[in-house]
Write a protein that binds this ligand. Structure first.
Ligand SMILES: [Mn+2]
Length: 355
């Protein structure tokens, strides 16, 4: 029996524009994004974890629209939702002008985060003890005006977190860049080395910022992990996306992947040499996408079915493919194609309640 269990998510990027998708599919992807967070909360309740750790970039930007803001503020009101600990990232830093982190600005709209949601509002590490648990969750925030080159795990930055305090198990939730593993296209923010992570006073570090899942093991246990973006946010975020269930014991930490994104981005090459029209290019890329879905054991469906079945997903669309190929349909070439394909055969019926 683990001493504590958490559900870790990060980089949801609520309010992201999804400009890489065809205009008619962006709203749908935003609904899927919100459903992924509803599903994460449902998973946390179902798995009876002690808390939900959000390691930054819950929001894509400071100026999110009112619907997105309303959704986020209310999603954690689900009955049985455990404590939620949020460490803002470089996309949603804490600031006085933040419409979601500043309680007064939020209150002006008549909203407030539920009592059990705790937001770390300082770049200095601070702790939150969980009632009835041996775990102390330590977090920090990105804040506007603080250089993102600041090293969060530098011993000078750790402050009180390094002080001896008896028997508490310390877990960290933060946003930062593991040096040497920066994915292409991402910026360095809050850098740290493996050595700093290993020497830190935390039994486990829940990290956000990198959108692909990865982990750092030490002495046979997971010491730090990125859950990756909860759903694919950009066309280069291939593979499965979701959350991590983190099980913490005195001498052992394990993580288990929990899939949340019902689609996957596939990268495929389609031979369009000989294609004489934009239409032929589209047909070729659509066939390639169908083949990729079939290869992944997934059924591309051309129709909407019931709202709880796995076949609700749209087919592998030629969405970005046609954008990319359409520019020069007359010049035969091999073309890389990114389209979100149907990915879900999760058996569990999910909540579809309104925010
Ligand atoms: Mn991010």
């Amino acid at each position: 029996m683990a001493a504590a269990r958490f559900l870790q998510i990060s980089d949801l990027h609520l309010g992201a524009p999804f400009g890489w998708l065809a205009p008619e599919r962006r709203a749908e992807r935003r609904r899927e994004q919100q459903r992924a967070l509803e599903d994460a909360v449902a998973e946390a309740i179902h798995r009876r974890v002690e808390g939900i750790l959000i390691a930054g970039d819950l929001f894509d930007r400071e100026g999110v629209d009112a619907q997105t803001l309303a959704f986020a503020v209310h999603v954690f009101e689900a009955p049985g939702c455990p404590p939620v600990l949020i460490a803002p990232g470089n996309h949603d830093p804490w600031s006085l002008t933040s419409p979601y982190w500043n309680a007064r600005l939020l209150g002006a709209r008549g909203w407030s985060w539920p009592e059990h949601v705790h937001v770390f509002t300082s770049a200095r590490w601070s702790a939150r003890r969980l009632a009835g648990s041996p775990v102390e969750v330590w977090g920090r925030s990105f804040t506007t005006g603080i250089p993102s080159a600041e090293r969060p795990l530098d011993p000078a930055m750790l402050g009180d977190a390094s002080r001896e305090n008896g028997s508490a198990l310390r877990v960290a939730v933060f946003h930062g860049s593991r040096e040497g593993f920066l994915p292409p296209g991402q910026v360095t923010a809050g850098p740290f080395s493996d050595e700093e992570a290993r020497r830190s006073p935390f039994v486990y570090l829940a990290a956000g910022h990198y959108h692909l899942r990865s982990r750092l093991d030490h002495a046979g246990a997971v010491r730090l992990a990125y859950a990756g973006s909860a759903i694919a946010i950009a066309p280069d975020e291939l593979g499965a996306h979701g959350a991590l269930e983190v099980r913490i014991d005195r001498d052992r930490v394990e993580t288990e992947f929990v899939e949340l994104d019902r689609r996957r981005v596939h990268e495929l090459s389609v031979d369009v040499s000989g294609a004489a029209s934009e239409d032929q290019v589209d047909r070729g890329s659509r066939a390639g996408c169908r083949a990729a879905c079939a290869g992944a054991g997934r059924e591309p469906s051309s129709r909407r079915a019931s709202s709880t079945s796995a076949s609700t997903l749209e087919p592998c669309g030629p969405t970005t493919t046609s954008n990319r190929c359409g520019a020069a349909p007359a010049s035969p070439r091999r073309s890389a194609s990114h389209g979100p394909c149907s990915s879900g055969s999760r058996a569990r019926t999910t909540r579809t309640g309104a925010p």
